[in-house]
Design a protein around this ligand. Sequence first.
Ligand SMILES: Nc1ncnc2c1ncn2[C@@H]1O[C@H](COP(=O)(O)OP(=O)(O)OP(=O)(O)O)[C@@H](O)[C@H]1O
Ligand SMILES: [Mg+2]
Length: 323
Amino acid sequence: MAERHNIEVEGSKVYLRANTGEWFVYDRNEKPLGSGAMGTVYFGRSCQDRYNMVAIKRVAPQIAEIPAVRQRAKQEASLAFRHRNLIEMVGYCEEYVDEGPIFIISRLVQGVPLNKFVEQMRNSPDWVNHICRCIYPVMDALTYIHEKGIVHLDIKPSNIMVENGSNIRLMDLGIACTSKLVSSGNGGLLGTAGYAAPEQYIQKGQTDISFKSTTDIYELGATLYDLLSGTKPYSDNPEVLKPIPGVPKAVMKVISKSLEKFPAKRYQTAAEFKRELMEAASGKKTGSASRSSKSSSVSSWLIPVLAGVGFAAIIVIILILFL
Ligand SMILES: Nc1ncnc2c1ncn2[C@@H]1O[C@H](COP(=O)(O)OP(=O)(O)OP(=O)(O)O)[C@@H](O)[C@H]1O
Ligand SMILES: [Mg+2]
């Protein structure tokens, strides 16, 4: 058993010393911010600076006992990533080293999950474009983590938040892992059913488990499909991707490519996926877009010049007639 005691309880207040040494507090009588597969999330503050607001996820005890999950929780909390479209991790707190309750602390995001945010969008004009625009920042966040050799593995609408009504943040690096290897254990699903790629279903005893960015590409495609249609892809027929009414064919084609069964057939990078989706959603190729902006910049000076020349010609004709 361990050396250090990192949790103090005073009435309903729970004080936690994070692995960084900083103390945080939350009130267990206050309504939690939410709860998910891993546990319950509470609003908390730093004890040094009360304006430093955090979200404290108390990992459910039966899950915290599983060494692999505990290790992943600690790994998640230690990811020191800084990107405007990515959750900022603060640290973790465990009562004793590798024992007792474990808490994951992240910077508080004041906002709503993306699935709630887009609910009203589906009735608005240009809704496909609007929903796609919510996904582009997630693609930027993915490009950032993939370049660092990390895959997320749990991308879904409820794990994306809209902060203060505008900024998009990808949450929950909970099962993010280095793309090299995670231990197979008893097999099962690494991710969330309905969004997970085929390769996330692990066989019992399977040892060759490694994920690439293409797994996140699949999950992102599934997330976009859900945001546009309100249903998960392949929910009717696992072999056929049902077209979404009102979504242009070009956009459906991009989504289908991201949802290919074989990773090699999908987009290989989030940046490539973003480029193709932007072209399809705006209805024009990037090349033609730049051509049209070039021609509009030509017309922006040509028209006033021609108008000026025409005006001068009229003045000259009037002068000739009257003088
Ligand atoms: N950093 C945060 N800032 C604000 N709210 C948060 C934060 N982290 C989590 N939440 C809230 O807590 C809720 C529960 O989060 P949690 O990650 O535990 O579950 P989930 O995302 O719904 O499901 P899953 O466990 O499968 O990821 C979220 O829906 C969100 O509203
Ligand atoms: Mg979550």
